[in-house]
Design a protein around this ligand. Sequence first.
Ligand SMILES: Nc1ncnc2c1ncn2[C@@H]1O[C@H](COP(=O)(O)OP(=O)(O)OP(=O)(O)O)[C@@H](O)[C@H]1O
Length: 645
Amino acid sequence: MIEKLLIVEDEFIVANDLTNMMENAGYNVCGTADSVESAKAAIDKYQPTWVLLDIFLQDDSMGTELAPYLQEKGIGFIYISANTNQSILEAAKATQPYGFLVKPFREKDLLIMLDIARSKHETSLQFTAQRELLLQQQVRALTDEQTTLESKLNKIPATFQSLIPFDYLAFSYTPANSNKPESGAFFRVGFNEYQVLPALEAKQLIQVFYYQGSQTQIRKSVDASILNGGAFHSFQAGRIPGGGLLAPYRLNSSLQLLNKTSEGTLQLAFFNRNENGFDHSHKTLLCKNEKFVFRLFNTLSLAYNGDSKTLRRASRNQPVKSVPKFEGIYGNSAALLHVLDNVEMVADTPVTVLILGESGTGKEKIAHNIHLLSSRQDAPFITVNCAAIPADLIESELFGHEKGAFTGAIEKRIGKFEAANGGTIFLDEIGELPLESQVKLLRVLQERQFEHIGSSKTIKVDVRIVAATNRNLEKEVGEGRFRLDLFYRLNVYPINLPPLRERKEDIPVLARYFLSKSAEEMGRLEAPELSPAALKQLSVYNWPGNIRELNHLMERTLIKTRGKIVESIEMPAVTRTDSIPATSTGDNRKTLEQIEAEHILSVLKSCNGKVTGVGGAAEILGLPPSTLTSRMKKLGIKKELYHDR
Ligand SMILES: Nc1ncnc2c1ncn2[C@@H]1O[C@H](COP(=O)(O)OP(=O)(O)OP(=O)(O)O)[C@@H](O)[C@H]1O
C-alpha cells in the first residue's frame, strides 16, 4: 500500500523540495500545510499515515502544538527543523515523535528515518493492543473472581499499572441512585506493592483534580485530560497552594478521567513523579477502554470502608529482599520502579532494547533481567563488551571466522551471534563500536544474517538484541561517530537508567544488601548495621561510579568494621584541582563532569597513577579499565596531571 504523507512546512520552496523528494521515493504526498490550523484541516480531509512536521510555522504557531492531535488519531510524525535550540529540541522530543531531522539533511536520512518510524509504529501498535488485552483480561478476572471485596480492591492498582504507569491513583465512584461517592487511593511503595490511603484523602484529591470544569459543564460522558510538568504545577498551585495533601508524594504530572453513565459517575486521577508521566496514548487507551474501566468499579459495588493500611517497612534486622520477579535487583525508588515497568512490558517481545545510563547504573543487570523474563530464558544470554575488543577483532568476535581467514585464525570459530542463537545478545558499550563494524552490525539487525569472515556462506540466526551505552548516542551521531541508521535501529525501545544520585532512596537498601552479600562471601556470621550518620554520609555523596562504586565501598567498609554498627564511612575524597579542563556552567557551581573528573583524578593520585590491576584506580572506582580510560580521555585527564615523574 502506498503510504499517504502530509507535509507541514511554512516555507514554500522547502515544502516543494520535500514533496518532490518523497514522491520520487514512492510516497503519496496528499497535501501540504503551512500552519497548525491548515494542517488540522488537511489531516481531517486526507487522513495521512505520516506527517513531516516543521517546528516554526505561519502565524507564530508551533508544529509541536499539532502533536496531541496526531497522537489522538494514531498518525506518526517526524519533525524536520532547522532549529537546534536545546530547549525547543527538548520540548519537541517530549511530544514523542517518531524521529527528528535537523535541516539540511540527506534524502537518504529521511527515507531511513521513515523506514524505521514505520517499524516503531508497528511495535507501538502491538504494545497498545497487548496492553488493552491485558487490561480487559484482568478486569474480567477481577469481576468474575469469587473473593472478598478487599482482595479485589487490592488488585485494582496492579491492574492499572500495566496500562498506565503511576505512582498514585485516586478513584471516586458514585452510583446513580446515590449521592455518596465511594473513594479510595493507592500509593506505590514497591514493584507490586501499594499503600491503601484513607478515603477522605482520595475524595479531597478528586475534588481538586477532577476533570477541569464543574460537573454541570461537562457534556461528554467520557473525558480525560493530562497535566504534565509546568501545567500540573500551575494547576496545583492555583487550587492547593503548597501542594497540600500531595506535597509529600512529590508528584509532577496527572491524568484525569471522568466517565458518566446512567448507572453512575466514575472519576479517576492518576499521578506520576515524572514531569512527563502521561501522554496521549495513555489518555486514548483509557478512553477507549472506558467501558471495562467503568465495569470494574461498578460491579465491585464498592463498600470500601476507607481504612488506611499501615505500611510494611523493612525493619532493620529483616533480610534485604530483591524486587520480586527481578533477579538481583534491589531498590524501591519510583525511578527504578518505572524502569522495571518498562522492562516487564518489553521483556517478552522480540523488540530491540537500548539501555542508556552512566557506568555502573546496572545496565547489564537490566539486560539480563529482560532475557530472564522473556520466553528465551532457557537459551543463552551472551554479552559482548564492544569496548574491550580490539577494533580489528570485533567482526571475528561477532560473526566468527573460518580457519586461515586471517593471520592468527588457526582454527574455525563461531561468533557471538551464533552462540546466542535462540537467546539474547547483549551488546554492551555499543557507543564504542568502530564505524566500520557498525555497518556490519546494521545488516544483522535488519536481516538477522551474516557470514563468517573468510566464507561466503550466509548464516541465519534468531537472536534478540539488547544494547547499552553510557554515551549520548544522539550526540555521537551528530558528531559523525555513530551511524544514524544504526542508532534508529537500536533505539526502538529505549530504557533510561537514572544515575544513583537521582534515586537516592535506593541507597539504604543497596548498601545493606552489599554489606550482607560481602559478609556472606567473607564468611562472617552477621553484617553490621549502618548508623544514621553513616547513611547520611552515603546520601550526600554524588556517586560518580554509581551502584558499582557503592558495592566496592561497602566491601571496603565491611573489612574495616569489626563491631555490629558502621558508625562512619571513609568516603572517597573529592579533591579540588584547577588543572582539569573547565566545562563550567558560567557561575560558581561545578558541572557533573568536573566533579567526576576531580574524583577520578583524586583516585588516580591516591594509587600513584596505577589505572589497571589490583589496587589500580579502575578497581577502586569499580569500573572496567576500558571504561575508565575512555572516561579519562573524554574528560581530558592526561598522565601528567596525576603521575609524579
Ligand atoms: N538494582 C541493583 N541491585 C543490586 N545490584 C545492582 C543493581 N544494579 C546494578 N547492580 C550491581 O552493580 C554493579 C554494576 O552493574 P552493571 O555492571 O549492570 O552496570 P553497567 O551500567 O552495565 O556498568 P558499565 O556501563 O560500566 O558496564 C554490578 O555488580 C551489579 O550486580
